[in-house]
Write a protein of this length. Structure first.
Length: 460
């Protein structure tokens, strides 16, 4: 039996990136076992110091997933695995949008939705023990380098599976816990200029209410108490959303589980807010992005500042905590427009918010703008410079603002952060998650200690 080790390339000091184990290993393992059985491969997941993971598990095959800003970690992992003679498969959003960045340490890239492609790659590895070019050329949806070093991309694979046809994720691979997250759909119907989700997933596909309730029953039976619906817009399909809410209550899951979710502001109505609260959703996150209508039109379209304001008020009136994400630093955004966002937050009853610097990501329209301006490269660069959090080495961060320089953006960012911390303190006494804050603080301390003990870890 071969050992397959799944590893996510994440920032070791980021609490958000380390709060939940990723679900993709559980999806890939479940799909592979459905067709290969359970006696041909042992699926493992781990995180922490990479060299120790390899020493502990001694895998036969390494599978890595990475977003762009962490791709430097993935490159380092692959190089270390290569030194030990371990074949490497890379997947995820970054390599799917930029297969040209495939590192010499990586044997093959899995492009786009992974289940079917990874199954074929795994079957090839189990049969031959290697990834030879003569065999890889017959597998759709991959990228690899020929024996001469030329990048080869095979025909892309279509998304054939409806979600209900997929097995539920094999969560025993990543472990069960008090908190979990799940996807009830794949894809997004919108075309935000800063997001590559639509390009990655293709058309939107929704799981049925019965399929979702099956997975929730399993989670509740294994001790999970908090579930986050991680869909881009949980309420996008209103009839399906209403059926989910109804069946959650019919099964009594609203008494056994607490929920949170993402919603799009212009989809929120008073009725939807009441339905969310009735199924025991206690926290909703909104991508509000800007308090300036002109900037919001550029970033998202089809959403108004008034939509954003109404969504916050409706959700608060229904008794839920409201969190939000905001962006600033779009190419021609002015200082006055940034202050419109600041004032929108200050006057709004939002409980918590995150503020990010507008940053180009592969697969988006703004990536092409940044490439035209010589700021980014499709093949090799310091991927850590895509520092949308802007909280370390901010002068290295790639910015697209044509109005403000790094120093001015940093000053504005600090202003937003101060408001963010003040708002968090104000919301703490009524937060539905207040009992978890001490454990989260301890975990953050542990991550910082782990990073301190790994001084050579860096983003390439």
């Amino acid at each position: 039996m071969k050992k397959i080790l799944f590893v996510a390339a994440v920032n070791p000091s980021s609490l958000i990136e380390n709060r939940y184990p990723p679900l993709w290993p559980a999806f890939l393992a479940a799909y592979a076992e459905k067709y290969l059985g359970t006696d041909r491969a042992e699926f493992l997941y781990d995180n922490g110091r990479f060299e120790r993971m390899l020493d502990r598990h001694r895998p036969d095959l390494l599978a890595i997933s990475s977003v762009t800003q962490n791709y430097g970690y993935a490159v380092e992992y692959a190089q270390e695995a290569k030194r030990r003679g371990i074949p490497v498969v890379i997947g995820g959003m970054h390599i799917s949008t930029l297969p040209t960045s495939l590192s010499p340490g990586m044997d093959v890239a899995c492009l786009g939705e992974g289940e079917e492609t990874f199954l074929e790659l795994l079957r090839l590895f189990l049969e031959t023990g290697r990834f030879a070019s003569a065999d890889l050329c017959r597998i759709r949806g991959i990228a690899y380098r020929s024996d001469e070093g030329e990048l080869i991309r095979t025909e892309l694979r279509s998304h054939r599976h409806e979600i209900d046809q997929l097995p539920h994720p094999k969560r025993s691979v990543i472990g069960y816990g008090r908190r979990a997250y799940m996807y009830t759909s794949r894809g997004c119907a919108y075309q935000c200029v800063f997001c590559a989700c639509t390009k990655f997933w293709g058309k939107v596909r929704h799981a049925s209410a019965d399929y979702i309730v099956e997975e929730l029953e399993d989670l509740a039976g294994r001790g999970t108490r908090v579930v986050r619906f991680a869909d881009e817009n949980f309420i996008a399909n209103v009839p399906r959303f209403e059926e989910i809410a109804e069946k959650i209550q019919q099964h009594g899951l609203h008494r056994r589980l607490t929920f949170s979710c993402w919603c799009r502001a212009n989809c929120v109505t008073a009725e939807i807010a009441r339905t969310l609260r009735g199924m025991n959703v206690t926290s909703v996150k909104l991508g509000l992005e800007s308090g300036s209508q002109r900037v919001l039109d550029f970033l998202k379209g089809e959403v108004t500042v008034e939509d954003n304001r109404n969504a916050v008020l409706l959700l608060k009136e229904a008794g839920m905590q409201v969190n939000a994400d905001f962006l600033f630093g779009a190419p021609d955004e002015t200082l006055d427009e940034m202050m419109e966002t600041y004032e929108f937050i200050r006057r709004s009853p939002i409980d918590q918010f995150d503020i990010n610097i507008f940053s180009p990501l592969p697969g988006t329209a703004v990536w092409e703008l940044a490439k035209k301006n010589g700021l980014v490269d499709d093949v090799s660069m310091d991927w850590g410079r895509l520092n949308y959090k802007f909280i370390s080495d901010e002068r290295k961060a790639i910015i697209l603002s044509q109005r403000l320089n790094h120093g001015q953006l940093k000053k504005m960012h600090d202003k937003f952060r101060h408001l963010r911390y003040m708002r968090m303190l104000q919301a703490l006494p009524k937060s539905p998650w207040r009992r978890e804050f001490p454990s989260l603080a301890l975990k953050k301390c542990g991550l910082l200690v782990r990073e301190w003990m790994q001084p050579n870890t860096r983003k390439a």
